[in-house]
Design a protein around this ligand. Sequence first.
Ligand SMILES: [Zn+2]
Ligand SMILES: [Zn+2]
Length: 330
Amino acid sequence: MEKPKLSEGEILVRVASSGVCHSDIHLLRSELLPVQEGFILGHEVSGWVEEIGPGVTNPYGLAPGDPVVVSWILPCGKCRYCATGRENYCAVSYSRMPGIIGVNGGHADYLSVPEVGVIPLRKGVDVHLAAPISCAYGTAYSALKSADASPSQSIVIIGTGGVGSSAVQLASAMGMYPIVAVDVVANKLEKVKGLGASHVVSASTGDASSLIKEVLPEGADVVYETKPNPDLQLAQDVVSRAGTIVVTGLGSQGSSFNVPTNLFVNKGLRIVGNLGYRPRVDIPELVTMVASGRLDPSRLVTHQYEPERIAEAYSNLEKGLHLRAIVNWN
Ligand SMILES: [Zn+2]
Ligand SMILES: [Zn+2]
C-alpha cells in the first residue's frame, strides 16, 4: 500500500494492529450511514508514528517510531462540548471519525489522522495489544464513568463481546462486586471468568433474570447493556432501586426500546447513554492502567489474524468466537 499523503496538522501512523469491532458489521451493511466505495474501515488502531505532517503542534513531543494509539473521536477542542469536558460529543468530530466516517481507518498498513487523535503509549505496553484501548476499553471505561460506577457497587454486564469483556475487566480493576456477566455463548462466559467476573449467567439455558436475582436479590447498582440492538428488557428486570442502566450498543437505524414511565419515579431509575470516550482524558488513563498491569489486554485479545484472513475474522466475530480480535498489519 502507498503511504497516504499528509495534510496540514496530520500525523502518519504505521499500523501495528486494528481491532475487529461489531460496529464494523453495522457499517458494512450501511445500517448506520451510507459507506462509500473504497472507504477503509478499522477504528480501533495502534501503531507507530511514521511521519509528522506540516503544522502539527505536537503537544506530546512525538517522534517517528514512537508507539501510539489512534482515537476514532477527533475533538475540535473549540466547540462548547469540547470546552465543557464532553469532547466525545464534539460537533465537528461527528463528521470525521477514522474508520467510521470521513477519514480512512486502520485496516491498512498506514493511516493519516489529525494529530488530536494520536496518543502516546507508555513503556511496558505491547503496541499490538494496545489497539482495544481506542474502542472496546475506551467505550467501556467511559460508560462506567457515565454510570457513576464506583468500588463496592454491584454490576450486571449484558453481552460479553469486546466492550462487555472490557467492562468486566475494568469493573474488576475498579473493585466492583459482584460482577455478573450474561451472554448466550457458553465459551465466552468461561473466558470472562478469567477477566474478573465473579458470576456468569447463561441466557440461553434458563431465565437470566431469576438466575441474576439468585446472586443479587435486590438487583444491581449498575446494569451495563452492551449488546448490539439493545432491548433493555433484562436490564429493567435486574436493576436495583436508584440504580443505573448504561447503554452503548448501537441499534439498527430507527430502533427503539420500551421502558415503563413509572420506573423513573418509583424506582429512581437512571438510563444513561455513552458515545465512545474522551480521548485526551480517558486514553492516557487506560494506557496507565495497562502499563501498571491493572488491565491486561492479553486476556481480552483472544484472536489475532493476518490481513489475508480479515473476512474470516468478521465471520468468526458474528459466530461469537472472540472476546476481542485484532488484525496485525506490521
Ligand atoms: Zn468499535
Ligand atoms: Zn469540539
